[in-house]
Design a binder for this molecule. Structure first.
Ligand SMILES: [Zn+2]
Length: 232
């Protein structure tokens, strides 16, 4: 069969955009940024809970009176339910980040539903809160992800920018500087308090960068807002 190559290429391009672009609407709406008309920003932490970083991050947020959202990995919640409970008890937004931090774009409907629903149950059991937000690992999605998130009543989040804070070579000072340079109105900032695969992953540099990140943003006139206000 002779394929209409141009049309096929465009379709593949659109599919790739929907799969790999975390804020693409192709496989369901994803919130990638808040209101751009004022100096507000949103802190989000993925891949926890993690005892080495989540706890100091909670202390910093409490000391500065700043809200954040935590997208939790179900298997990490299973190992560390008390840490997950502390995040929720502090009033931060709790989100679902799958059971095993699977890249979902190549998975089928049954596996995707299991990844989301098992993580949902573990989070509810540990925190006594029903998550209302979802972020796909690496932002990778396909149409089945939209089906599963709609079932659970989730708002799907992407992000405005990340700073590669999980890169092992980056210092806390560099993480802070990258956020300062990239900050813009409505930004949903992607940071990591854990590692999607290693429950002991070292994210202490992100924790160490956080006071400076908050201080820089406030000095530039920004207020950190709760992600909940962007939940549909
Ligand atoms: Zn992740």
């Amino acid at each position: 069969m002779l394929l209409p190559l141009a049309a096929t290429g465009a379709a593949l391009g659109a599919w790739a955009y929907g799969t790999y672009e975390p804020n693409s609407p192709l496989f369901g709406r994803a919130v990638g940024r808040g209101p751009t008309g004022e100096r507000v920003a949103y802190l989000t932490f993925d891949d926890g809970p993690n005892p080495g970083a989540t706890e100091p991050i909670l202390e910093t947020l409490a000391a500065w009176g700043v809200p954040a959202a935590f997208f939790l990995v179900g298997e990490h919640v299973r190992r560390l339910p008390a840490v997950a409970r502390r995040v929720a008890a502090a009033g931060h937004e709790i989100g679902n980040h799958t059971l095993r931090h699977q890249k979902l774009h190549l998975r089928g409907p049954r596996r995707i539903r299991e990844e989301l629903e098992r993580a949902h149950e573990l989070i509810v059991d540990a925190t006594n809160q029903v998550p209302r937000c979802f972020r796909a690992p690496h932002g990778y999605r396909n149409p089945f992800v939209g089906v599963a998130t709609r079932r659970l009543g989730y708002t799907v989040f992407g992000w405005t920018f990340g700073v590669w804070d999980s890169d092992p070579g980056v210092s806390a000072e560099e993480i802070r500087a990258r956020v300062r340079r990239k900050l813009r109105p409505g930004a949903i900032i992607l940071l990591h308090d854990g590692d999607g695969y290693d429950p002991q992953g070292d994210r202490r540099r992100t924790a160490a960068a956080l006071p400076g990140i908050i201080a820089d943003a406030r000095a530039a006139g920004y207020t950190f807002r709760p992600l909940r206000e962007l939940v549909a």
